[in-house]
Ligand binder design. Structure first.
Ligand SMILES: [Zn+2]
Length: 280
C-alpha cells in the first residue's frame, strides 16, 4: 500500500492550509465517500488521480477539502452526525470542483497538527480527524446488530466497478474480514435458506425475521445453521469465505422487505456514513 503521510503543515496561505500530491487532474469524478465513525476517518476515491486541497477554517470550525477538476453531478448531500463532528457534506461550490466539508462544533479547538490527509494511492485518500464524534445524534433505527465486524468495502446502491468501470446496482453491503471470522445473525429469526446458491452468492444463509424482513448472508465458507432452525440475535450462523462470485474473503449482506431491497447501513447501528456519490 502506497502510504504518503502528509501532515497538515503551515503554509503561506493565511489561515488556511494546503497540501498537495503531484498528480494530474482532468475531468475527474468522485466515486466513493465513506465516513467511518468508529475510526473517526473519512475515505474517498476518485476515478482518476487527484490532487486534493485541504483547508482548516474557523468560525465555524470546519475542514474543507476541494477536489479540483472533479465534477459532482448532483445537489449537495449532507448528513448530521454528533456534537463534536456535527456534519459532513459533499457538494459542488463551482463548476469542476467537488468539495467535502466536515463541520465541527463552533467552539471546538481543532489543532491542525492533528489532521492528516494520506494517499493510499493517487486515487484513494483518507483523512484522519482529531476528535471523536461525541454524543451521536443516534436514534434507534432498527433492532439489527452488525453481522460482522470488519472493513466496509462496498455500500448499497450504484457503484462503479473498480476494474471494468461498469456501473452496477449493488444489492447489499460488503464487509471484508479474514476467512473463518464468525458471522452473526443480525436479528432473531428462522433460517429459510442455508446452502449453495447457483446465482453467484456461494454458500448463503437467509433468515426470516418476525417483522417480515429477511437478511441474506453470502459468500460464506462454512455454514453453522440449517434450514428451519431458529436463531437468536448474535448467534454465529456462518464463517467468512469467498465462495460464489467473489474476489476475496468478505460478507455480502442484504436486507429484503417483500420485493424491496433496503440499505442495510440505514438499519444498522451508526458506524459508517456512505454517500452514494456514483449515482446520477
Ligand atoms: Zn456485495
Amino acid at each position: 500500500m502506497l502510504r504518503k503521510l502528509l501532515a497538515l503543515a503551515s503554509t503561506t496561505c493565511a489561515g488556511a492550509l494546503l497540501f498537495t500530491y503531484s498528480a494530474l487532474a482532468k475531468a475527474n469524478r468522485l466515486e466513493t465517500f465513506v465516513f467511518n465513525i468508529s475510526e473517526n476517518r473519512i475515505e474517498f476515491s476518485t476515478q482518476d488521480d487527484i490532487q486534493p486541497k485541504g483547508m482548516l477554517l474557523e468560525s465555524p470550525a470546519r475542514l474543507v477539502i476541494d477536489l479540483p477538476g472533479t465534477a459532482f453531478h448532483r445537489s449537495t448531500i449532507k448528513q448530521t452526525i454528533g456534537n463534536a463532528v456535527q456534519s459532513v457534506r459533499v457538494g459542488q461550490p463551482e463548476a469542476g470542483v467537488t468539495r467535502l466539508v466536515v463541520e465541527f462544533a463552533p467552539d471546538l479547538q481543532v489543532e491542525r497538527e492533528t489532521l492528516f490527509l494520506q494517499a493510499f494511492s493517487p486515487k484513494h485518500w483518507t483523512v484522519q480527524l482529531p476528535h471523536k464524534v461525541a454524543a451521536l445524534n443516534q436514534t434507534v433505527r432498527s433492532n439489527f446488530i452488525w453481522p460482522l465486524i470488519g472493513e466496509l468495502t462496498a455500500g448499497f446502491g450504484w457503484r462503479v466497478h473498480p476494474i471494468s468501470g461498469e456501473r452496477k446496482f449493488h444489492k447489499g453491503i460488503d464487509i471484508a474480514a479474514p476467512i473463518g471470522t464468525p458471522i452473526f445473525a443480525a436479528a432473531p429469526g428462522i433460517v429459510t435458506e442455508a446452502g449453495w446458491d447457483e446465482g453467484g452468492y456461494g454458500n448463503k444463509v437467509v433468515i426470516q425475521h418476525a417483522d417480515g424482513r429477511e437478511t441474506l448472508y453470502a459468500h460464506n465458507n462454512r455454514l453453522f445453521v440449517s434450514k428451519g432452525q431458529t436463531v437468536r440475535q448474535g448467534d454465529p450462523i456462518a464463517e467468512v469465505g469467498s465462495t460464489g462470485r467473489s474476489t476475496g474473503p468478505h460478507l455480502h449482506f442484504e436486507v429484503i422487505q417483500g420485493q424491496q431491497l433496503l440499505d442495510p447501513i440505514a438499519l444498522l447501528p451508526l458506524r459508517y456514513i456512505l454517500f452514494d456519490v456514483a449515482a446520477s
